[in-house]
Design a protein around this ligand. Structure first.
Ligand SMILES: O=P(O)(O)OC[C@H]1O[C@H](O)[C@H](O)[C@@H](O)[C@@H]1O
Length: 317
């Protein structure tokens, strides 16, 4: 049920509660009834719903919360690496850490996220992580639910060390789709990509939109800042806008691999598509005192909005 803006009580905008494992989670709501949930574990967005209460992000049914690992679904934060570059934790440690509330974050210049519903979280380097990644950093994450129901994530990484460091990063975004075979991505055509299924061999995408018939694990390079994921069956299009994130990782494990993964239920792979705004192939080098910002904004528009073949300019992007 939607809320009427006239009777909207702004105390409803941000609520903190404990999940079933005693971990703080933050529920963001807007006056129209859209919502998002964020866990202090990993700073992970675990749910994003539209004003009808329909979930928009995939979460595996097999999520138990017992594992210290990030749950399979939502938006895990991959930092300070995407993939495995020598450090023991695939996709970095940030998604497996307890983050803190950031009570007094430095102001965000013209963020567009200052609506009524947002939370600021903070992760700082710990002695434990220094063993593997010996760099002093502060990672500030704002998760905002906008008045129009869009979900915005803004990440700021600051070097608080006396020497430079470099990192890679991804918003590992699990979109919920009706059936992976019915989905296509527009905006990545003609780009070069690294195929992680063949030792990162470099290919060039052909002129057509990307569709799915088997396992896909790719990183598209130097992509445009707006791409669209069209779900024909659900008549819904996700629009992914990003800044500071030149790459897009696209992943679906398909049947065989998902069966070998403990945290996928039967056939669940059909309902998910990871489309990650990312910074992977050309890691940022941060000098002492410098800060990097990476921003992701997810919207959903009805497919009727963009009939025929979607041209990104047709939906005013
Ligand atoms: O299982 P996870 O650590 O969450 O990683 C899930 C997937 O993430 C990325 O898309 C990688 O390219 C894949 O190779 C990996 O399997």
């Amino acid at each position: 049920m939607g809320h009427s803006a006239a009777v909207w009580d702004c105390r409803e905008a941000v609520k903190i509660s404990k999940d079933s494992h005693g971990i703080d989670q933050i529920l963001l709501r807007n006056p129209q009834g859209a919502s998002a949930r964020v866990s202090l574990h990993g700073g992970q967005v675990t749910s994003w719903k539209n004003e009808l209460g329909e979930e928009l992000l995939f979460t595996s049914n097999k999520v138990t919360g017992k594992s210290p690992k990030a749950m399979r679904g939502g938006i895990p934060i991959c930092f300070p690496q995407f993939g495995n570059c020598g450090s023991p934790e695939l996709h970095g440690f940030a998604r497996n850490k307890m983050w803190k509330f950031d009570d007094n974050p430095p102001p965000l210049p013209t963020s567009g996220s200052d609506g009524i519903s947002f939370v600021d979280l903070l992760l700082k380097s710990s002695e434990e992580d220094m063993k593997y990644w010996p760099h002093g950093f502060e990672f500030r994450l704002r998760v905002a639910l906008l008045l129009n129901g869009d979900l915005m994530l803004i990440s700021r990484v600051r070097n608080v060390n006396s020497k430079p460091f470099s990192f890679s990063f991804a918003y590992h975004t699990y979109l919920l789709v009706s059936d992976i075979s019915e989905v296509r991505i527009e905006g990545l055509e003609t780009l070069d990509y690294l195929d992680y299924l063949s030792q990162k061999e470099r290919f060039t995408e052909q002129g057509d939109a990307i569709t799915f018939e088997s396992e896909v694990d790719r990183v598209y390079l130097s992509s445009p800042n707006v791409i669209a994921v069209l779900d024909h069956e659900r008549k819904r299009t996700y629009v992914v806008r990003k800044e500071g994130l030149p790459d897009v990782a696209v992943w679906n494990p398909w049947e065989r691999k998902s069966k070998s993964m403990m945290d996928f239920g039967d056939e669940e792979y059909k309902e998910m598509l990871c489309v990650d705004g990312a910074l992977i192939e050309r890691p940022i080098n941060l000098k002492p005192g410098e800060e990097w910002t990476g921003r992701l904004q997810l919207s959903v528009v009805p497919s009727s909005f963009c009939s025929e073949r979607l041209g990104l300019d047709r939906i005013g992007l």
